[in-house]
Design a protein around this ligand. Structure first.
Ligand SMILES: Nc1ncnc2c1ncn2[C@@H]1O[C@H](COP(=O)(O)OP(=O)(O)OP(=O)(O)O)[C@@H](O)[C@H]1O
Ligand SMILES: [Mg+2]
Length: 236
């Protein structure tokens, strides 16, 4: 085996995200429901994937597994070739914070903090950047989502679309390789949904992100690089 392979088993051609034979079973009283069943997936740098499927088909469950927010019953998730399931809790937190951005249907912003502070939060948690620089990076991300003029607004003073833009800026502030979005426009009217989605797509392309987007909306899914339907725990 060459020295390079021994010292660095993670290769630059590894998919940003890979799932191998992923299974997730939940207990339902005395029985078990297998929500994800032997599922495989690869998403490369710069690729965008829409995941669709009926309500209850397991889309959110899958996204939680892919983002290391929940443990699979069996199978593996790899981020840039690195197994997530083998990580200690501290390493898992660090991987989630630095490599993965999450956006949810409901923004999950902290209500008592302004937009700038919400965007800065992942940098503050990482804890290795001076405060002045944190402020500058967060302000730049808010600018990228068109919200420089809302820096000091708390979530309660923002519109639904603006809140989702702040949530997207927060998800991207640590320059992750992977963005996981679970119905990020599901709470918005059509016009706002399109506008937030277009901004998300533009950022994905600009930063060459791997993007996995769960959506019920065909008109959004068709703009993604590929579309997969989740059915009976696997791809339809
Ligand atoms: N923690 C849990 N314990 C038990 N069952 C669960 C748990 N989480 C999810 N489930 C079940 O797993 C199935 C898939 O749920 P999930 O939330 O992943 O669906 P979904 O495709 O995201 O649906 P929606 O489109 O409505 O958001 C559902 O039957 C749900 O009841
Ligand atoms: Mg869901």
């Amino acid at each position: 085996m060459s020295e390079a392979v021994m010292s660095n088993p993670v290769s630059s051609v590894d998919p940003v995200l890979e799932a191998r034979n992923l299974c997730k079973t939940f207990a339902d009283g005395a029985s078990q429901i297998r929500v994800i069943d032997q599922l495989n997936l690869k998403v490369l740098k710069g690729e965008s994937l829409a995941i669709m499927g009926a309500s209850g088909s397991g889309k959110s469950t899958l996204l939680h597994l892919l983002g290391g927010l929940d443990e699979p019953s069996s199978g593996e998730v790899l981020i840039s070739g690195k197994q997530v399931s083998g990580l200690s809790e501290a390493d898992l937190c660090q991987t989630r914070n630095s490599d993965i951005g999450f956006v949810y249907q409901f923004h999950h912003l902290l209500p008592e903090f302004c937009a700038l502070e919400n965007v800065a939060m992942p940098l503050l948690i990482a804890g290795d950047i001076a405060l002045d620089e944190v402020r500058a990076i967060a302000a730049q991300k808010l600018k990228e989502v068109g919200l420089s003029h809302r820096e000091n607004h708390k979530p309660g003073m923002l519109s639904g679309g603006e809140r989702q833009r702040v949530a997207i800026a927060r998800a991207l502030v640590n320059q992750p390789k992977l963005l996981l979005a679970d119905e990020p426009t599901g709470n918005l009217d059509h016009t706002n949904a399109m506008s937030v989605f277009e901004m998300l797509s533009a950022l994905q392309q600009e930063h060459d992100l791997a993007l996995v987007l769960v959506t019920h909306d065909d008109s959004l899914a068709k703009h993604m690089g590929s579309v997969k339907m989740l059915q009976d725990g696997g791809w339809a």
